[in-house]
Design a protein around this ligand. Structure first.
Ligand code: PLP
Length: 397
């Protein structure tokens, strides 16, 4: 038995089977590359679903974490610490908003936004008690809590987890008329991914984000942009809503905010929205901890230079050009922006990701027929080209 087989057997036997990983066991990683327990190297074309935007063990982020490990790591929100104030100020500034509410996982940021929108609806907009509704979109992915899966349209994510949380209305993604028809005086928020990640990197029709913004403003509802996967450089801009020059009322951030080191998420909004929370009304033991704040501050500093957004834009244009030239008998459609692509195949995607792994490239299918590509934004152009060569080979045989 190889080491890989022995370790995979442990996972199979003792881990719940809520994932279907590729048969690889990673031991080390640096930049865009990972090494498995047999010493084989692979180019990471998934980047932990964009949590590793800045590459594995980015030296600046590791140094920030190490400095903080030597000082203080956790105090809870019962006390302030010297990373907290600067972190919330710097993140608010990056998004052009007043305030930040830090959490840990992406799902917690979404839950926080749903609570903020409802509380804002009752206390500011004047919606009668318990009558608020929030609009969501078909194909959405916002996390795994019981409330969030209540408005999922993916049977795998939703089935057998009822009874479901009421108060959500789901309309087709990209359908302005359906959105308009679903909104009423009790609508307090519209929760949207500017590009749907898990659904297969679905880019909405041009003008859709603008229409959502206008309908929210006209109807007195909060536009809540879930940028947990699309934000922080992935699409070639700091936030994906920038592609339509749209400013949402709330930004939800996560994944890359933790620099690939630890989970860090946040809701970023103005004081008229986040100001609804008073002491004791919401919280998290680990949210905004010193280690998380120190790493996230370094992430924010790196984003302020614009260099990662630029890499995503330039290399992303190159990647999409090459993906667009793939043979039409194998590839039905390529979607995405920047260094982010959903490659819609004519057949199943799983065998292609398995073949790619054998060729030294890590990518992952989403649903049956979509191959998702999202390399770290630090990927070298030659490495990216090599990975795309391997994809051509994998699709050919
Ligand atoms: C990953 C993701 C989430 C959930 O984040 P977790 O950290 O896994 O809870 C929410 N929204 C979007 C758009 C995501 O991609």
């Amino acid at each position: 038995m190889t080491r890989t087989q022995a370790l995979r057997a442990l996972s199979e036997e003792h881990s719940a089977h809520n994932y279907h990983p590729l048969p690889i066991v990673i031991a080390e990683a640096e930049g865009a590359w990972v090494t498995d327990v047999e010493g084989r190297r692979y180019l990471d074309m998934l980047a932990a679903y964009s949590a590793v935007n800045f590459g594995h063990r980015n030296p600046r982020l590791i140094a920030a974490a190490q400095r903080q490990l030597e000082r203080v790591t956790l105090v809870s929100r019962a006390f302030d610490h010297d990373q907290f104030g600067p972190f919330v100020k710097e993140l608010a500034e990056l998004a052009g908003k007043d305030m930040v509410l830090p959490m840990n996982s992406g799902a917690e940021a979404v839950e926080t936004a749903l609570k903020a929108a409802r509380k804002w609806g009752y206390e500011v907009k004047g919606v009668p008690a318990d009558e608020a509704n929030i609009i969501t979109f078909e194909g959405n992915f916002h996390g795994r809590t019981t409330t969030i899966i209540s408005f999922s349209t993916d049977p795998d994510a939703r089935n057998s987890y009822g009874p479901y949380t009421p108060g959500f209305r789901t309309v087709p993604y990209g359908d302005v008329d359906a959105l308009k028809a679903a909104m009423d005086e009790a609508t307090v928020g519209v929760l949207i991914e500017p590009i749907q990640g898990e659904a297969g990197v679905n880019v909405p029709p041009s003008g859709f984000l603008t229409a959502v913004r206008e309908l929210c403003s006209a109807g007195g509802a909060l536009m809540i942009a879930d940028e947990i996967q699309s934000g922080l450089g992935r699409t070639g801009t700091t936030f994906a809503v920038e592609h339509e020059n749209v400013v949402p009322d709330m930004y939800l951030l996560g994944k890359a905010l933790g620099g690939g080191i630890l989970p860090v998420s946040a809701v970023v909004a103005d004081a008229d929205v986040l100001g609804v929370f008073r002491p004791g009304q919401h919280g998290s033991t680990f949210g905004g901890n010193p280690l998380a704040c120190a790493v996230a501050r370094e992430v924010i500093a790196m984003l302020r230079t614009g260099e990662y957004q630029e890499r995503s834009r330039v290399l992303g244009a190159h990647m999409h050009e090459r993906l667009g030239a793939l043979p039409g008998d194998a590839v039905r459609e390529v979607r995405g922006r920047g260094l982010w692509a959903g490659v819609e195949l004519n057949g199943k995607a799983r065998p292609v990701s398995e073949r790619l792994m054998e060729l030294g490239v890590l990518a992952k299918e989403t649903h049956e027929t979509t191959l998702r590509l999202a390399p770290p934004l630090v990927v070298e152009k030659d490495d990216l080209d090599w990975a795309l060569d391997q994809l051509e080979i994998a699709l050919r045989d």
